[in-house]
Design a protein around this ligand. Structure first.
Ligand code: HEC
Ligand code: HEC
Length: 330
C-alpha cells in the first residue's frame, strides 16, 4: 500500500471514530472538551432523561420509601445539600461526607470525594445500597417499581417489550444526571463576548489564574484529579483516597471539586466543615503555598470572580425540578 493510501485510510478511520465519540444529540457547550461519559452504550435521549428524573425524585428507591436522591441532592442548591455538613439518609442515619453538587457529570473522570467510582451508571448503586443512605438493593427496587402502574406505562413507552430491569433504571438515572449542564453563568457569557467583567472581577480572574486554575481548571473549574488536602484541625478525619487504595501516598487525596455555583452549594469541603466562602478560601490559602498568604483584598477579588461562576439559569431551571404531574398519576 502506498503512503498516500495509508494516510487516507487513517484519516477515514479517524473520522469514523470521531463520529462515534461525539454524541451528536448531547447538548455539550461549544468549545468544551469531549465528554468522558460513554454515550455509545447509553445514547443521550430526552425521553429517558424524563424517566430518570422521576426515579431521581422518587423515595421508592430507598428501603422504607422515605429518601430519594433529591433528598440529599436538591435542585435549588445545584444538586448539593445545604442543611447539614454531612448527609443524612434513611432513619436520619448520618453519613461522613458532604453531598457534592451534581452538574457537568458527563465530563467526570471519577466520582465521589475519593474517586472510588469510575462510571456514572454504577455510581447510583452506592447510595441505593449504602446503609447510611437508602439501605436498599437493586432487586427490591425493581420489584417495587414494577408494582406501580405509572412506571410500567412510562417504561413501556420508552422501552417497548422490554422488562423493567435494574440496568434500565440505572441507565435512566444517568440520563437525567447527564442533562444537568451548568454553562450559562456570567463567566460563560463573558467568554461568548455578550457580557463584561467589572474591574474587581477581572482582578479576581487574574489572581485565580495564578493561584487556583491549575487545580480548578476552566471551563469545568476542576482538573478532575485527586489532590492532597491538608486536613485542618476543625475538619473531620477522613483519609480520602487512602480508604480505597490503602496506599500510604494516597492519604488525604480528595477529588478537586468544580467551583461553579459556589453561592448555592455551601457548606464546603468533603466534610462540609466550612459554611463560608471567605473562610474556605482563607483556609485553602496555605494549601497553595506555605510562603504565600492571600490578603483579604485578594480574597475579596477572588470571591467577585467566583460569583461570576454562579449559574442561576441552571439552578432554577424548572426542567430539573420535582415532576409533580408524574406523581399525581397512580
Ligand atoms: C443520604 C444522602 C444521599 C442520597 C440519598 C444520595 N446521595 Fe449522592 N452523594 C451523597 C454523598 C455524601 C456523596 C459523596 C460520597 C463520597 O464521596 O463518599 C454523594 C455522591 C454522589 C455522586 C458523585 C458526584 C461526584 O461529582 O463525584 C453522584 C453522581 C450522586 N451522589 C448521585 C446520587 C443519585 C443518583 C442518588 C439516588 C440514587 C443519590 N446520589 C442519593 C449523598 C447522597
Ligand atoms: C493543589 C490543588 C488546588 C489548588 C491550587 C486550589 N484548590 Fe481548591 N480545592 C482543592 C481540593 C483537593 C479541594 C477539595 C478538598 C476537600 O474537600 O477535602 C478543593 C476545594 C475547594 C473549595 C471548596 C469547594 C466545595 O464545593 O466544597 C473551594 C471554595 C476552593 N477549593 C477554592 C479554591 C481557590 C479560590 C483557590 C485559589 C486561591 C484554590 N481552591 C486552589 C484543590 C486545589
Amino acid at each position: 500500500m502506498s503512503h498516500r493510501s495509508i494516510i487516507i485510510l487513517l484519516f477515514l478511520l479517524f473520522l469514523l471514530m470521531g463520529f462515534e465519540w461525539l454524541p451528536t444529540d448531547y447538548p455539550a457547550p461549544k468549545g468544551w472538551p469531549i465528554p468522558t461519559y460513554s454515550f455509545q452504550t447509553n445514547p443521550y435521549d430526552t425521553a429517558q432523561v424524563r424517566l430518570g428524573k422521576y426515579l431521581f425524585y422518587d423515595p421508592v428507591l430507598s428501603k422504607d420509601s422515605t429518601i430519594s436522591c433529591a433528598s440529599c441532592h436538591s435542585s435549588y442548591n445545584a444538586f448539593a445539600h445545604t442543611d447539614h455538613p454531612t448527609s443524612h439518609g434513611i432513619d436520619d442515619r448520618k453519613g461522613k461526607r458532604n453531598a457534592p453538587a451534581l452538574f457537568n457529570l458527563a465530563w467526570n473522570k471519577s466520582f465521589m470525594w475519593d474517586g472510588a467510582i469510575h462510571h456514572l451508571d454504577f455510581q447510583a448503586i452506592a447510595p441505593i445500597t449504602g446503609k447510611t443512605e437508602m439501605d436498599n438493593n437493586l432487586e427490591n427496587i425493581v420489584l417495587k417499581i414494577k408494582r406501580q402502574k405509572r412506571y410500567v406505562l412510562a417504561f413501556q413507552e420508552i422501552f417497548p417489550n422490554q422488562e423493567i430491569t435494574a440496568n434500565l433504571i440505572l441507565r435512566c438515572l444517568s440520563q437525567f444526571q447527564l442533562s444537568l449542564i451548568s454553562a450559562q453563568s456570567k463567566y460563560d457569557l463573558v467568554q461568548d463576548g455578550v457580557e463584561f467583567f467589572s474591574i474587581q472581577e477581572w482582578n479576581g480572574q487574574r489572581l485565580y489564574t495564578a493561584h487556583c486554575g491549575n487545580c480548578h481548571t476552566a471551563p469545568l473549574f476542576t482538573n478532575q484529579e485527586l489532590m492532597y488536602y491538608k486536613i485542618p484541625s476543625n475538619a473531620q478525619i477522613d483519609s480520602g483516597r487512602y480508604s480505597i487504595t490503602k496506599v500510604a501516598a494516597d492519604t488525604f487525596l480528595f477529588k478537586v471539586p468544580s467551583l461553579r455555583n459556589l453561592s448555592f452549594t455551601y457548606p464546603y469541603f468533603h466534610d462540609g466543615h466550612q459554611p463560608q466562602l471567605r473562610a474556605a478560601i482563607r483556609e485553602h490559602g496555605s494549601m497553595i503555598s506555605d510562603q504565600y498568604q492571600l490578603t483579604e483584598d485578594e480574597i475579596s477579588a477572588l470571591i467577585s470572580f467566583l460569583k461570576t461562576l454562579d449559574d442561576p439559569t441552571f439552578v432554577f431551571d424548572p426542567q430539573h425540578q420535582f415532576p409533580k404531574a408524574f406523581f399525581r398519576n397512580k
